[in-house]
Design a protein around this ligand. Structure first.
Ligand code: UD1
Ligand code: CA
Length: 503
């Protein structure tokens, strides 16, 4: 299955979507790498600020935990930092620290900010961890800008280095600057004023602080101690260091090139806007890799999903979690697959999958529900109005209509009649049903588990089976009793009467 990956949350991920090829080569590497190539670039330390609550989200969950296309906000920021290969990648956590820690990738080192005293305090806490490091660039990134690209971060650092200044801040001119710090730049000094502390004149400024900064380590260390909380929120503002550093060793702005990246998330409507952009990026990446998406508007594919080429995704489809789709599949319309694997050439139409596996060339739906532990073999079929749970359906076997099959093992080339139901639960325990190769059940068969239907056995319509049926026998009735050999079958366990199993 030639699949490609767009982004895997919290692991060896790369965000491919919006990057033109070759971008990461333009990004400065860490000192270790560059020195081994004869360079002398000082090292970069990255700090992601993720300790805040995110009051404007009106949520019980910390803001950075809110997901976009299935991945927590903070993970996008971390993914954008990874290609820079920072010497250390610190994440300041605080509000719901344990939950945030739980979503972070291995590379991220967490630092606890006990009390959320402001962005300045968050950086102060991170600097304590970096004690002893005298030289290098500290790249500080707010955790709520999920659209920021590795390219922008790389350019910010490069620009900062080549300008030889004490601090560089990423800025943009926005049509709607509301809620963001306004930037006043003047001859090597940058001052940022928060909206709530701004004068009416300052509020009219449309140049805003995007919350991404490159600092000389020595400068920020020195300046951070001089920040006070004399402001509207009685917080330590990181932004105050810019003025302090600017007066000593110059601070400059760097303008964001692609304004799409300026979609920061402070409330739910901004969350939806950013997610929409990411959703389109993900779809575009799949389409570039050879996946047909019939209706991008109604197709939702999470960042972690993989899809093979020449697969067609039909409208109204949701592919989520660790779902992996092979090549040459047809998925949808209206497929909703979570943590589900679909092998090459399979079809899934108007169906729901949860932790299921669909074999090569198998067909599912319309209107099937595959629950966790369902494994369909190659060319198997689960058809209309069937629910399957914790069950293996062997190669070429069919569960075509109106069935519930739970906790079962179905061999190869078996055929379950319409309305065949496993009675797998006695109210206390779950029991298993085994159905042999080439077995056939009539319509409305009830299989009272635990029970085994032998290879090539045949059940009459309406049978209620509470005892094992030997291979190759025909059984009928309630409870089903064996009356003779199965139609067209000798009483031979090894025989596989494939021809008669369709129906
Ligand atoms: C901040 C900037 C503002 C800028 C905006 C961009 C300051 C004072 N202001 O404002 O100029 O336009 O970001 O988004 O920095 N955090 C902590 N610990 C804290 C407080 C915050 O880790 O004690 C983290 C938050 O989790 C968040 C980030 O810092 O990821 C920014 O915090 P937030 O409260 O959203 O800052 P803004 O008020 O938006
Ligand atoms: Ca913010």
């Amino acid at each position: 299955m030639a699949r490609h990956r767009v982004l895997v949350p919290g692991s060896q991920v790369r965000i491919l979507p919006p990057q033109p090829a070759g971008v990461s080569e333009a990004i400065p590497r860490s000192s270790k790498e560059s020195m081994s190539q004869g360079g002398t670039l000082p090292q970069t330390f990255a700090v992601v600020l993720a300790a805040g609550k995110g009051t404007r989200m009106k949520s019980n969950r910390a803001k950075v935990l809110h997901t976009l296309c299935g991945v927590p906000m903070v993970n996008y920021v971390i993914e954008a930092l990874k290609p820079l290969a920072p010497e250390r990648l610190l994440v300041v956590v605080g509000h719901q620290a344990d939950v945030v820690r739980g979503v972070l990738p291995e590379e991220a080192e967490t630092v606890l900010q006990r009390e959320q005293l402001g962005t300045g305090d968050a950086v102060r806490v991170a600097l304590e961890v970096l004690e002893g490091e005298e030289e290098g660039v500290l790249l500080v990134v707010n955790g709520d800008g999920p659209l920021i690209s590795d390219r922008t971060l790389g350019e910010l650092v490069e620009r900062h280095r080549s300008a030889g200044v004490g601090a560089t801040v990423l800025v943009a001119e926005l049509k709607d600057p509301r809620g963001l710090g306004r930037v006043v730049e003047d001859a090597g000094v940058v001052r940022i004023v928060e909206e709530r502390d701004a004068t009416e004149e300052e509020r009219a400024i449309v140049l805003v602080n995007l919350g991404l900064y490159a600092f000389e380590l020595s400068e920020i260390r020195d300046a951070i101690g001089k920040v006070d909380s004399d402001n509207g929120q009685a917080e330590l503002y990181l932004t105050d260091v810019l003025e302090i550093i600017g007066r000593r060793s110059r601070a400059v702005t760097y303008r964001l090139k692609d304004l799409e990246e300026a979609n920061l998330v402070n409330d739910r409507s901004q969350l939806a806007r950013a997610e929409e952009i990411l959703r389109r990026r993900i779809l575009d990446a799949h389409m570039r890799e050879g996946v047909t998406v019939r209706d991008p508007v109604s197709t939702h594919i999470e960042a972690s999903v993989e899809i093979g080429r020449d697969t067609v995704i039909l409208p109204g489809t949701f592919l989520r979690g660790t779902t992996k789709i092979g090549s040459d599949c047809v998925i949808g319309p209206s497929a909703d697959l979570l943590d589900t694997v679909v092998c090459d050439g399979a079809r899934v139409e108007h169906s729901v999958g949860r932790g299921a596996e669909v074999g090569e060339g198998a067909t599912v739906g319309p209107y099937a529900f595959l629950r966790p532990g369902t494994v369909l073999g190659p060319d198997a079929k689960v058809g209309a109005y069937c629910e399957v749970k914790n069950t293996r359906v062997g190669r070429g076997s069919k569960v075509p209509h109106l069935s519930y099959v739970g906790d079962a093992e179905i061999g190869e080339d078996a055929n379950l009649g319409a309305g065949t139901i496993t009675a797998n639960y006695d109210g206390v325990n779950k029991h298993r049903t085994t159905i042999g190769d080439g077995a056939f059940t009539g319509v409305n068969t009830n299989l009272i588990a635990p029970v085994t239907i032998g290879n090539g056995a045949y059940l009459g319509a309406g049978s209620v089976v509470n005892k094992d049926i030997p291979p190759g026998k025909l059984a009928v009735g309630m409870p089903a009793r064996v009356i003779r050999d199965a139609p067209g079958r000798a009483n031979d366990e090894d025989r596989r009467p494939r021809d008669e199993t369709e129906g």
